[in-house]
Structures are given as structure tokens and as C-alpha cells.
Write a protein that binds this ligand. Structure first.
Ligand code: BGC
Length: 423
């Protein structure tokens, strides 16, 4: 990786990214602030990022915000690419999962081995998290929090009004959905944004296929596994969900969460950042909403881990970047950030009282992630298991299947098998 880094550094010099000739002094003058590119722009995301920024102040690090709106980071990843190509990479970027290793491969990412050793990440972090931020023997990002994708949020007022219990199985789900429809209430809030469809689908797939087949399809990328009849079932369920109500076109995820908040929709299948958002708007998880896992996925954790990578660039802020990595992975930032974000700490050293103070959803998420008997499976829609291009191709195929009633489920299975083939 180091020699690749030298190549990349030389390339940056060639394209004029280094200020050497323009005056190093100017670069050093801003040496206390770090440019952070991320896509946390909703109310809760913004608040969580501001919380990190505030915690960095005593450490002498100023967070210079370069936020790019767009749920799931679709736009942010493109902007990051173009900034790198223009020779102006930010100091820090929200790079997650496979994107992280792609960038590390071209030498863009600063190794954080010293921070990891000083902070004893080997002992403090969940092994799944540590392995996600490790590549070719180096630690390449600072982990912030673990999101659970297989979360089903529901509106407590509407469930109470219709005297219903949250569904634990798909037949219960069908039953409550029918009752809400009959009462003129939208059963499920979502939209046809490709990444939202992919987010819902992977939970359905996990529910139907179980962790072993899911791993074969998503991690080992066995094309034959995609032809399993259980995949067809998950695809048909996706279509059935769409048939429940008029589906808004390209509605952002916060607008879907708003439907849940305003008693206009009863349920939402979304990463648990949606619960952070509801709380940021003033909803109370004890009285207004709650969450259970998506039916059929109990004891399974479909995860997406948020990470910040420190990028190699001309400004040479390594000491400051290490300081940031150290601060955000330490307990105070972990607790403060994740409480707002709806996610859970990446650390396994939470005490009993800290655990007890987490919301019900968060506690179940952390305990499931920590349990040796639970299945931890990576989210494809959120870059944990495939590169950007593969993830986009999968999301587009699902979008096509959902919006084109002429496409048979088996045709979609064939297409999915071919786009996700072993790289
Ligand atoms: C990120 C979350 C973010 C969500 C919605 C996910 O990919 O991991 O941090 O809140 O997208 O933007």
C-alpha cells in the first residue's frame, strides 16, 4: 500500500495538488482546521456531526464542514471523486465499507495504526468493526457507529388506535397492513429512490434467505445462489409492499420519516438513523414511535458501520488527523454521537449502566451485534459488501424490477446474479 501511496502522491504533485510552489505557509496557516466531507445533512445527522465538532474543540481540532446533501451518500461519493481528481481531496471523508478499501488501494488513505495501538482498538472494538477498517495489515479509518438496517419503525399512536401489535412475522405484517389500508392509513412509508428500495430489499432477502444464503449471495457472490426460490419470494414481497399504497417518486428518506412522525403512515423499514431523525424532531421513543426488527430477522444484524477516513493530501495535517481519529473513537464521542444518530457504539466495553441508558432499539442492536450466537451480515446497499459500481447496479436492477411490472422475478434474479458476479 505504501508504494501505491508514493505513486499517488507523485500523481498529486503532477496535477498541482501540492501547494509547495504556491507557498507552504498558506497551507500551514490553516493547520488547525480539518476539511470534513460527509453526507450528514438531515436534522439528526447534522446534530450528530455538530456534536463531534464540539468534542473536537478541546482537542485543538476545528471541524471545517464540507457536507454534501443526499441520503445514502449518493452525491457525496461523486463529489469526493471529483475533488480527488481535481487534486483537492478533503482532509477527512465519510468513506465506508468497500469504498474505503477502494480508496486505500490507490494510496489515498492515511494509515491509523499508531492511533489504533495507542487506543487499544484490538481490545476495545468489536472484531467485525476492526476488520472492516483494516486492510492489508493497516488500519485505514476511524469507526463511529453501527447502524442496523433490518429495523422496522412503527407509529405507536396508530398501532394503539387500531389496537394492533407490532408484527413479528410476515403473516402478522400482512394482517396489520390490511387493517391500516382498510382504515385509510398508509401502511408503509418509503419511496422509489433506488437506494431506499435496495435498503428495504436486503432486509427482505435476509428474512427470506437466512444468513447463510445471504452470505453466499452478497459476500461470496455465488451466482447460483441468486437463482434460489427464496430470492424470488423476497422479490415478490418487495412488489407486494409496493402494491400497498401509491409510492412517492424520488421522495427523500426524511420525507418518508415525516409521514411516520405525522401519523400519516404506520411503519417504515429503514436503517435506524430514521429513529435518530424522529428523535431530533422531538418524537419520543417511549410514547410516539418504537422499533422492532424486520419480521424474520430476529437475532440477525444487517449492519452498516459509519467511518471517517483521514485522506493523504498536500496540507500535511497528519497529527491533527490522528487527533480526530483518537477523539471520535473514544468513549465520550461514541456515546454522544450515537445517541443522536440512532446507531450504537463500535466499542464492546460499554458498562451495564451505559447499556441500560440506551433506547430499546439501540440496546437490542448493540446486544445482537455483541452476541456470539447472532448473525452479523453486511449491508450491500450501504457499501459494506460491494464496491460503488456493483452496489449501484444492484440498486438499479431492483428499481427496474419494482417500477416495471413486465419484468418477471426470475429475470431480475438472473440480472442480479450477473451484476454481482465475483469481481
Ligand atoms: C449512512 C448513515 C446515514 C444514512 C442516510 C447511510 O449510508 O451510513 O450515516 O444517516 O446513509 O443518509
Amino acid at each position: 500500500m505504501k508504494s501505491r501511496r508514493r505513486v499517488f502522491t507523485a500523481w498529486l504533485v503532477c496535477i498541482g495538488a501540492f501547494p509547495g510552489l504556491m507557498g507552504l505557509d498558506a497551507a500551514h496557516a490553516q493547520s488547525q482546521s480539518l476539511d470534513v466531507l460527509h453526507w450528514w445533512t438531515s436534522a439528526s445527522e447534522r446534530r450528530a456531526a455538530d456534536q463531534l465538532s464540539a468534542l473536537l474543540v478541546p482537542a485543538g481540532v476545528q471541524w471545517n464542514d464540507a457536507a454534501i446533501p443526499g441520503g445514502g451518500g449518493m452525491a457525496a461519493v461523486k463529489v469526493l471523486k471529483s475533488r480527488v481528481l481535481m487534486g483537492d481531496p478533503p482532509d477527512v471523508a465519510q468513506l465506508i465499507g468497500s469504498t474505503l478499501t477502494e480508496w486505500a488501494d490507490v494510496g489515498l488513505v492515511l494509515p491509523l495504526n499508531a492511533v489504533a495501538a495507542r487506543q487499544k482498538w484490538q481490545q476495545a472494538l468489536f472484531p467485525t468493526v476492526l476488520s472492516l477498517v483494516s486492510y492489508k495489515g493497516e488500519v485505514i479509518a476511524a469507526p463511529l457507529g453501527i447502524h442496523r438496517i433490518n429495523s422496522l419503525l412503527y407509529n405507536r399512536h396508530l398501532f394503539t388506535r387500531l389496537e394492533l401489535s407490532p408484527p413479528r412475522t410476515w403473516s402478522e405484517f400482512e394482517n396489520v397492513a390490511r387493517k391500516f389500508s382498510a382504515a385509510g392509513i398508509k401502511p408503509l412509508a418509503w419511496s422509489d429512490e433506488a437506494w431506499q428500495i435496495a435498503t428495504v430489499f436486503e432486509s427482505l432477502l435476509l428474512a427470506e434467505a437466512g444468513p447463510a444464503l445471504y452470505q453466499q449471495m452478497i459476500v461470496q457472490r455465488k451466482s447460483t445462489a441468486w437463482m434460489d426460490p427464496r430470492v424470488e419470494k423476497a422479490l415478490l414481497r418487495l412488489r407486494w409492499l409496493r402494491s400497498l399504497s401509491e409510492m412517492p417518486v424520488e421522495q427523500v428518506w426524511t420525507a418518508s420519516a415525516r409521514e411516520l412522525m405525522t401519523d400519516s403512515a404506520a411503519m417504515m423499514i429503514m436503517g435506524d438513523w430514521a429513529s435518530g431523525e424522529l428523535m431530533a424532531w422531538g418524537a419520543n421513543p417511549n410514547t410516539d414511535f418504537a422499533c422492532v426488527v424486520v419480521p424474520g430477522t430476529a437475532h440477525m444484524h444487517l449492519y452498516s458501520v459509519d467511518t471517517l477516513a483521514m485522506l493523504v493530501n498536500a496540507r500535511h495535517h497528519e497529527a491533527l488527523q490522528e487527533k480526530m481519529a483518537e477523539t471520535i473513537s473514544a468513549m465520550p464521542a461514541q456515546l454522544a454521537y450515537n445517541r443522536i444518530k440512532g446507531s450504537v457504539p463500535v466499542r464492546r466495553d460499554l458498562g451495564a449502566s451505559t447499556l441500560a441508558a440506551l433506547s430499546g432499539c439501540a440496546r437490542d442492536s448493540w446486544e445482537t451485534f455483541a452476541s456470539p450466537n447472532a448473525a452479523r451480515v453486511p449491508s450491500l446497499a450501504h457499501r459494506m459488501a460491494a464496491d460503488e459500481a456493483t452496489k449501484d447496479a444492484v440498486a438499479q436492477t431492483l428499481w427496474r424490477f419494482l417500477t416495471d411490472p413486465r419484468m418477471e422475478a426470475q429475470e431480475a434474479q438472473k440480472r442480479l446474479a450477473s451484476v454481482i458476479r465475483t469481481p
